[in-house]
Design a protein around this ligand. Structure first.
Ligand SMILES: Nc1ncnc2c1ncn2[C@@H]1O[C@H](COP(=O)(O)OP(=O)(O)O)[C@@H](O)[C@H]1O
Ligand SMILES: [Mg+2]
Length: 320
């Protein structure tokens, strides 16, 4: 099961990701906590030490090379690492990241582990990239990891970068649900409208649900409901004194200290996830579709020729 929190900066993505991780942690399944924001804060909120994390970024150029080499494994459809593009699908000869395996190569080398929670940081811009690159280029390696990830017995919770980068590549197709944090403001509603349009275009509108955040009262709820269909709202996080204090104190979040009226949201999220059976086949079909689209661009064709052959029709994802 994979979920991501998206939305505008300051709307509560990191807070919601951290609280969801703390809630799901009690189930006892492994959780891959992905900090995919440029300003990395997730680790601190779920109890990891800030100082140890920088050397583990998956989007550092050395990391990218190593991770791709590992994931490629014996996949003969990838001739060289430069042909391992963000949409390149796995086949039966690839190596996979296995959330249930404590000794997994990627988990051991690119995450910090604590109580069955694996923290993975995508990373910030490298110095040479400033001005020369978009953050969604850094997200490409996360796309590769997710497309090669076995998560049958665990959760992936991803705190995404603010803005619409999640829709720039194939990343949206890698999740079972996208939760959009929306504040009860005009600007919040504008952002909702923008995301729902993008989600429609990307064919993932059915995956997108809204969390109303920083809700003060019924008036705020009704304000959101007047713009957003009720069945699209998974729940509300009320403006919380506990969260404000935790923020000021720089302390990690403890879900047991959260106000009672804020707990419904997390049980709603959990219930929604309980009803999803990840459909590996259709996830892969979606990746194939995005791959065909991506490699049909002239810039890719001119450089590599036809990369559609990377799609291996004989690969059955249920065999892994
Ligand atoms: N429901 C809430 N009640 C009180 N403060 C909140 C709530 N949700 C988020 N915050 C605060 O708002 C600020 C931004 O939240 P954050 O999760 O960092 O947003 P984002 O990751 O989307 O940029 C933080 O100071 C956080 O503590
Ligand atoms: Mg954040």
């Amino acid at each position: 099961m994979r979920i991501a929190f998206v939305g505008k900066g300051g709307s509560g993505k990191t807070t919601l990701s951290a609280l969801t991780i703390e809630y799901l942690k009690k189930i006892g399944l492994p959780i891959l906590a992905v900090d995919a924001d440029i300003n990395m804060h997730l680790g601190g909120l779920i109890g990891f030490d800030d100082k140890t994390k920088t050397k583990l970024n998956i989007s550092d150029s050395e990391s990218i090379k190593d991770i791709k080499t590992y994931l490629k494994g014996d996949n003969d459809k990838i001739k060289s690492l430069v042909e391992f593009r963000k949409t390149t699908p796995p086949n039966s000869l690839s190596n996979f990241v296995n959330l249930s395996n404590k000794d997994d190569y990627i988990l051991s080398n690119y995450t910090l582990e604590k109580d069955n929670i694996y923290l993975m940081n995508v990373g910030t811009y490298e110095k040479g990239e400033i001005g020369a690159s978009c953050y969604h280029n850094n997200l490409a390696i996360l796309e590769n990891i997710l497309s090669h990830l076995i998560d049958r017995d665990g959760y992936v919770v991803s705190d995404m970068v603010a803005g619409i980068d999640a829709f720039a590549g194939s990343l949206h197709a890698q999740f079972d649900r996208l939760f959009l944090s929306v504040e009860p403001t005009r600007r919040g509603v504008d952002v909702y409208n923008q995301y729902i349009e993008l989600a429609k275009v990307a064919g993932v509108e059915n995956l997108l649900f809204v969390v109303g955040n920083k809700i003060r009262n019924n008036k705020d709820k009704n304000f959101l409901k007047s713009f957003i269909p009720e069945n699209k709202i998974i729940g509300y996080l009320y403006l919380s004194e506990y969260l404000s204090d935790a923020d000021q104190d720089y302390s990690p979040l403890d879900i047991d200290k959260l106000e009672d009226n804020n707990m419904d949201l997390f049980s709603n999220i959990k219930k929604m996830l309980d009803f999803i059976t990840p459909d590996l086949k259709s996830r892969l079909e979606k990746l194939y579709e995005l791959h065909r689209k991506y490699v049909s661009q002239d810039s890719i064709k001119d450089r590599f020729g036809d990369l559609t052959y990377q799609i291996d029709d004989n690969f059955d994802p249920s065999s892994i």
